[in-house]
Design a protein around this ligand. Sequence first.
Ligand code: FNR
Length: 416
Amino acid sequence: QGRIYRAGVFGHRPVVPVEPAALEAAARRVMGKEAWAYVAGGAGQHRTVAANVDAFARHRIVPRMLVDVASRSLETTLLGRTLPAPLLLAPIGVLEMAHAEAEYAVARAARSLGIPMVISTQGSVPMEETARTLGDSPRLFQLYWSSDEAVVRSFVERAEAIGSDAIVVTLDTHMLGWRTQDLDLGYLPFARGEGIAQYLSDPTFRALAAARPASTEPTPRPTVAAVRSLLSMVRHHARWGGSASFRESLRSPLPRASVETFLEVFSRSDLTWADLARLRTMTSLPILVKGVQHPADARLALEHGVDGLVVSNHGGRQVDNAIASLDALPAVVEEIDGRVPVLFDSGVRSGADVAVALALGADAVLLGRPWVYGLALAGEAGVRAVLEHLLAELDLTMGLAGVSSIEAIGRDLLDS
Ligand code: FNR
């Protein structure tokens, strides 16, 4: 924090804007129309997207004075691991839309700060490559529960093999939400083969795609954009360390069969709480569920033996007119009552926001869109700058409010 302030005072401009709205505006200027709509956009009229952010303005920190805060620490423990801060990188798919280096850049930034990365099922880079880039830095794997159980099993085995600390099952996206801007642009990244690297690099999935009967429909000519996207994927994997076997997987089976197979097996909507028991038989890793908003679901999650949960509404991308994720947090925290960790995301834009979420009972926070904006603007350095700015503000907010440790942040930090 001191370093960032000193640099500012001596006239050095930051790598990416510090002010959250300026960061977003700068990213918008460099991102293509489709990428911007996909990343910044949400469901319906974007009411949930807005509500997530606005909810933070309704909670006010009441600073305390003359407390010795000369020595402060952001350290915390989560799932038995000591972390430098109560912060993780939220799983975000299709990163090649923001920057060609995608997960390679993000993993290097995460590693440089020791911030855990939650690797997305819809990644642009096979999880093994991301893990290799992460080195010893912590990682979790986010799972979309495929309608093909063999693919689920294979993903879980791969997540174990790359040293994941946990499996984070996302519950809120068994169907894609009503993404109005993407619909108006006629745009679905996966249909172009973007964000399906975990599948293309999966032997079980590849066998499925290869066995797929030839389509009876006439093959549509690939769009210029689709060809360009595939070529750029091949190129950046070659340049930033992608293995030869992954480049090979882009060729075989045919990308079209892979895309069609993916669209069929992406997820299933008939899952119920009882199915979690099956996931439990597949792995001994901790299982976290992401997307909980209702306290009754928090209770069900506990009853079904989860090791933690993420209060999240997917950044307002799924249900419009939904409760702001921050407004859902206190009741879930009360229901869980400290028995398993409660993580939080959707709407966090600043260090002060992190302090508020922690004060309302979150054990840690996942950062989403802001680091994607940093990625779009400046690759690895941009992601790192966004994380550093947020941590510096959290540290400063704590110090100025009279708390010197994460455990000391509680409801009494707020006026209600
Ligand atoms: C996401 N999110 C997401 N979540 C998940 O479990 N798997 C995924 O692949 C993705 N992909 C994804 C792509 C993009 C472009 C966005 C913006 C979000 C949701 C993400 O993990 C997180 O819940 C939200 O980003 C939190 O909202 P904010 O804070 O970013 O607004």
